[in-house]
Design a protein around this ligand. Structure first.
Ligand code: GLP
Length: 237
């Protein structure tokens, strides 16, 4: 794991977006794994801005989103399909036909990813309980894409996007930890004090299903981008 600590979230957003653009320019049919939540929003804004400056085209890029709620209409404002259309796809030249979500296709998601050559770069956030995508504590490290029950903490955390906790779905479809570990390269971004404990367990704790993100220690090409708050509990900080 390579850990990069930045003074501000804006600097991380610029750095990661610039990196993504350089990789797409080197390989126009790039396959990218995308995340939702508040963490990647700034990266997506930077990507839109670089697109508007003609520094990149996404027309031949294929994307695979990590996860999707079960039980929300595709166009529900809190569905992850709506989020991606709204925050990235509709504001760039992504070909929506090349953007994939678990549950939207009848094909096996992991086989579909493999048929496109695998994920070149997976973008990840992390939940306050150490989850990645919707792989909650206790999920097998070998799991592929599957349906899962959401942890109470995750529903509470995500209830800020809904009118009430009751409206937050109880289930989701998610790429498994085994699916995520197949990505050729992974960038995980975490900012804010509320992520500091999870970040410490992920980087300095044992590899343990209680912290799903700790499995990333076994991946050979992982970069962790942190702000100073998220890094504040790490040794040496
Ligand atoms: C959600 C998503 C994850 C995301 C996490 C953190 O539950 N399924 O992919 O990384 O929450 O979200 P945020 O970036 O809003 O803190």
């Amino acid at each position: 794991m390579k850990v990069h600590v930045f003074k501000s979230k804006e600097m991380i957003d610029q750095e990661v977006a610039t990196l993504i653009v350089s990789k797409i320019n080197a390989k126009p049919n790039f396959v990218i794994g995308l995340a939702t939540g508040s963490t990647p929003l700034g990266i997506y804004q930077e990507l839109i801005s670089l697109y508007q400056q003609n520094k990149v085209s996404f027309k031949d890029v294929t994307s695979f989103n990590l996860d999707e709620y079960v039980g929300l209409e595709k166009m529900h404002p809190q569905s992850y399909r709506y989020y991606m259309n709204h925050h990235l796809f509709s504001k760039t030249d992504f070909n929506v036909e090349n953007t994939f979500f678990p549950g939207e296709t009848s094909e096996n998601y992991d086989l579909l990813i493999a048929s496109k050559g695998g994920i070149d770069l997976q973008i990840l956030g992390i939940g306050g309980n150490g989850h990645i995508a919707f792989n909650e504590p206790g999920t097998s490290f070998d799991a592929l894409t599957h349906e899962t029950l959401l942890a109470h903490q995750t529903r509470l955390d995500n209830s800020r996007f809904f009118n009430s906790l009751e409206e937050v779905p109880t289930k989701a479809l998610t790429m498994g930890l085994g699916s995520i570990m197949c990505a050729k390269e992974i960038i995980l971004v975490a900012t804010g004090l509320n992520k500091a404990e999870a970040v410490k367990s992920m980087i300095e704790g044992d590899i343990n299903v209680n912290c799903p993100a700790s499995i990333l220690q076994n991946h050979i090409n992982v970069h962790i981008y942190l702000d100073e708050d998220a890094a504040s509990l790490l040794e040496g900080n």
